[in-house]
Design a protein around this ligand. Sequence first.
Ligand code: ADP
Ligand code: MG
Length: 324
Amino acid sequence: MIELEGLTKRYGDKMAVNNLTCTVRPGIVTGFLGPNGAGKSTTMRMILGLDRPTAGDVRIDGKHYDQLKDPLTYIGALLEAKAWHPGRSAHNHLLCLAQSNGIPNSRVREVLDAVGLTAVAKKKTKGFSMMGMGQRLGIAGALLGDPRILMFDEPVNGLDPEGIHWIRNLMKSLAAQGRTVFVSSHLMSEMALTADHLVVIGQGRLLADTSMPEFIARNSRAYVRIRTPQRERLLDVLQQAGITAVQNGNGTLEVEGGKAEQIGELAARHQVVLHELSPQQASLEEAFMQLTAESVEYHAHAEAPPQERAQAQQQQWGADWRRS
Ligand code: ADP
Ligand code: MG
């Protein structure tokens, strides 16, 4: 479990992380979502004690990072910066890491196997392609201490589809083993496929802390897309049935809600030709963009206490989205 309480980091007059309170729980994948510059990496560095909070607190299973004995056995992390010596092999890199962290040497073989690097383990890492192999080595390092908590900062950046698929499955299986998995991304589409729970931040502030199904239910907008060579005729028919259609720039019509069958039957009854009648789901990416774009407005709540402010933000966000 990772607990953030009023976690704040200021660089000069830049608030990188602003009063973040949330709990990252075991047994599920928690997605840490926010646009570039939202404060994800800064938060993760503070969790690992690599950056000192300006205010607030962060605890790993109830302790601060520097209170953990052999920290790699509690929490393993893949951060953005590549932290290995290019002249060293993957095997030697992991061996050094194991020996300086009280981890048995036998773990090195196991994690190399787990990330699929066994075949190249004795090669110098400077020959590693930036994509894929470097990430796999970083993940091997995170897994080395067999920790109960794992944290990955934008792990799929720059990976090929096979690598992305592999990382997704790895995260899910780590969570299924009861571990705490905290993974950041700036891509909603990626999170939708991986995360069970979402913590969304924008400009350092908490915007949402919700289960993935709840996020989807709250944000998915169903509509029907229609193409017809008899647009005016169809608009009349729909209007008579009390159905409002919106015309799009690309020549299609859009009707809110899931009324495809009703529209199809009306069209058939009035002999209107349809070239397309397709139920659509607005993308979660749109919901995410909307949510984070509005984060600027939340400065209005700056005077409220942190807990109330977070709730106000979430309610505000829900209301905004329901209205739109
Ligand atoms: P994310 O990982 O979500 O993209 P970051 O945590 O890297 O966001 O950055 C959050 C904000 O803090 C950004 O505006 C970034 O420019 C700023 N920032 C991050 N690290 C530093 C630093 N060492 N010095 C000054 N500003 C920083
Ligand atoms: Mg980052």
